[in-house]
Design a protein around this ligand. Sequence first.
Ligand code: SAM
Ligand code: SF4
Length: 369
Amino acid sequence: MFRHENVVHGGELGVARDDAEPAGVIQQISTPYAPLQDTFGRTFDYVRIAVTEKCNLRCTYCMPEEGVDFKNGEMLLSADEIQRVIGVLARMGVKKVRFTGGEPLVRKDIVKLVAGAANTPGIKAVHITTNGILFGKYAKELRAAGLTGVNLSLDTMNQEKFQRITRREGCEKVIDSIKQAIDLGFPRVKVNTVVMRGFNDDELHDFTEWTKDHPVTVRFIEFMPFDAHQIWETGEHFLSAETMIKHLKEWYPNIEDASGTRTEHHIFKVPGYQGKIAIIPAFTRSLCGNCSRIRLTADGGVRNCLYSDREYTVRELLRTGGTDDDVAELFRMAFREKARDGFESKKQSMMRQTTVKWAGRTSMTQIGG
Ligand code: SAM
Ligand code: SF4
């Protein structure tokens, strides 16, 4: 009944689960399902939903200059379909929704999506991860719609370097967006900084200093090989979480451990500073055991791990009369297969890809008829 797809998908970074914040109007949750769990007893209560594959920037570590083969129109889940999935997941114990992409703010119905999630019984936090370029346009509406957290991506505070890494202008705009998010009183404001050796590792100190007067968490994220092989290649730009922590402790011998989210195990605060620094081992994957994330791609692919290539497609189910029970079962199937950690996921995906190479030959010309 369910369609299986093996698709290698672009890199969308896992970002953390925050403490739940009240979102919109909380109504009574109807007929709860059993919580979504995997075979290792982990429970999943946080869904990250990519709402588009399009983007108004072209970060070299994420997208080629010409973009990717963007899926459009009918291929993408509609706002109503996304809302339905959120409703089912909320009944399975999901409490937090994050909208991401691509760039979620290029999707015209983003405010409606946020409002829908915020008003779903059981959902306590609705966050967005954005590059900040269009944030100024929507910030107030998003706040009013019930958005409780914003992660803004900024890898450098230097205009020339910003242009080099994003292939577009807008450094000042993103910095203004961060300030605006703080001023509007969003309960959670974070800055995502992908750290690349030889590009912005010399700015880690400046970003840390920035937390002196800005009540934000700056998250230094390990660079991952999800960049269509443009700049990862030899891994020469990679800087490990361990090295970042070492630098921080050298620069600030009195830096204190602070509290963070499940994937922000390495979190620090310079005494007297308003903000915090989190180090995210996205590549070294030392926090997989704490993972509580479900991923939904813009075209309806359910993923149980960032490092897995396996997807279950919810879109057809939604469009061919599948019931809420069917949708819930599809998520259960996906999570019964979740590997212990990202390394195991990656290994299984590689094995599948080798197998699929010959098993996938279906035409007679290929089989040798
Ligand atoms: N467009 C939005 C943005 O940039 O915030 C949301 C989508 S973006 C894919 C989500 C996060 O993934 C961003 O913080 C981005 O910097 C990060 N990211 C993208 N490619 C990455 C890579 N190869 N390694 C580490 N982080 C990456
Ligand atoms: Fe990728 Fe986000 Fe950069 Fe767009 S802004 S290219 S989605 S990281």
